[in-house]
Design a binder for this molecule. Structure first.
Ligand code: SAH
Ligand code: SF4
Length: 414
């Protein structure tokens, strides 16, 4: 049996994360990725274009950024040749830097990415027969300390910006070769067909990478709005799922202001066990969480809430746990489906995965209770890309230590 005696867990249970400041680019140029069209318009106006010009140019540039995926103003062929260097002097079209790209034997791909100010985070692409899902990170590290999660052992380094969040989707499209080709200013019949290229590999997005998306609410919302915008990446909100460990006060806003599918990391059905494995439960308990799910705007039988349940040996996997899960979901009349996630191990983890027989039995009980409970096949375990295995190397340093190092580096550079 796994040694699951309680250790003291460092870190706060419900901190209000203060975003670390983003270091501005040294060349003073502004990254356009992640900005809504109206902000791009305002920037163009601020840089000297008149109102009408600014609006027109912003519309054109926005289209090139999100429909065509260009990263160079020179490629914007319907913008006057003289205007392109003017743009390039003032603005950039950013992408997160790729530090390393790995390929799993099962087709899963993982990218280790870096922000322009040097913080590493990860993104995972999971291809399936009928869909391709991109697992996007919302923070570098995580403030929460779920005990079965590798990311939870990292400190929060900083929130990712809207540009860094939507930038992951852009980068995935770059890597998968999924931008339409051909000239946008000269679309013949063929060009049009190419431009509306169907059959894309990247069809779904899950906010299930590193971090707690609802603790970076505004940036996640702004990024997903660009992903859903018909003039932006134009992905349907039905193909986007946001997973939260249970930040109850932000859940209604998530439904109202973002409107994507909701997944909740439930993982336990008693206060005792959930307090231990998902410590935010001490702040927002099970009843509050389930009530917030029942009130989630947009949830219905056609759009069910997914309850994620990690299978931990002798911790949360008994027949009684399965029956209690059914009882709870029914008591709150939740349009629910349950995703059973076999625990993915990582070095130093104190839990073990339940046996396949146990998981099957648990799944059967929930099914018999009338709730769908498929077992998620772990993907990309060989490259540590599976749920809860994401962790980058910046983790061990405290914020104070990093600040000291940055100050020293600045002194040396001066
Ligand atoms: N922070 C958000 C989203 C990221 S985690 C959240 O907690 O919901 C995505 C899912 O993977 C969550 O359900 C999380 O609980 C689960 N998970 C974390 N560590 C895991 C592990 N080692 N094995 C299996 N699932 C894990
Ligand atoms: Fe953070 Fe989610 Fe991991 Fe919990 S499971 S530590 S909320 S990333």
């Amino acid at each position: 049996m796994a040694d699951t005696t309680l250790m003291s867990i460092p870190g706060q249970v419900d901190p209000v994360p203060v975003a670390r400041d983003i270091t501005p680019r040294e060349d003073g140029r502004v990254d356009l990725i992640g900005l809504p069209k109206k902000d791009i318009t305002a920037l163009f106006e601020g840089a000297g274009l008149d109102k009408r010009q600014a609006k027109l140019r912003a519309k054109q540039v926005f289209h090139w950024l999100y429909h065509r995926g260009v990263t160079d103003f020179e490629a914007m062929t319907d913008i006057a040749k003289t205007m392109r260097p003017w743009l390039a002097e003032r603005f950039v079209i950013g992408r997160p830097d790729v530090v390393e790209a790995q390929h799993s034997t099962d087709g899963t791909r993982k990218w280790l990415l870096k922000t322009s100010d040097g913080h590493e985070f990860e993104m995972v692409f999971i291809p399936d027969a009928d869909r391709g899902t991109l697992c996007v990170s919302s923070q570098v590290g995580c403030t929460l300390n779920c005990r079965f999660c590798h990311t939870g052992t990292m400190r929060l380094v900083r929130n990712l910006t809207p540009g860094e969040i939507v930038g992951q989707v852009m980068l995935a499209r770059d890597s998968l070769g999924e931008w339409p080709k051909g000239r946008m200013d000269d679309l013949g019949d063929e060009g049009e067909a190419e431009y509306n290229a169907d059959g894309r590999l990247l069809t779904n997005i899950v906010m299930m990478g590193m971090g707690e998306p609802l603790y970076n609410f505004d940036n996640v919302r702004d990024a997903l709005q660009l992903v859903m915008d018909g003039d932006g990446l134009a992905l349907s909100k039905r193909r986007i799922t946001l997973s939260t460990s249970g930040v109850v006060p932000a859940m209604a806003r998530c439904g109202e202001e973002i409107g994507v599918n909701l997944a909740v990391s439930l993982h336990a059905v008693s206060k005792e066990v959930r307090d231990e494995i998902v410590p935010i439960n001490k702040k927002y308990g099970l009843e509050e969480l389930l009530q917030a799910c029942a009130d989630y705007p947009g949830a219905s039988n056609a759009r069910r809430i997914t309850f994620e349940y990690v299978m931990l040996k002798d911790k949360n996997d008994s027949d009684d746990d399965a029956r209690e899960l059914v009882r709870l979901l029914k008591a709150y009349k939740l349009p629910a489906k349950v995703n059973l996630i076999p625990f993915n191990p990582w070095p130093g983890a104190v839990y073990e995965c339940s046996t396949p027989e146990r998981i099957k039995r648990f799944s059967d009980i929930v099914f018999e209770g009338g709730i769908s409970a498929p077992v998620r096949t772990p993907r990309g375990r060989d490259i540590d890309a599976a749920c809860g295995q994401l962790k980058t190397t910046a983790e061990k340093k405290s914020r104070a230590q990093r600040d000291r190092e940055e100050a020293e580096a600045a002194v040396q550079a001066s």
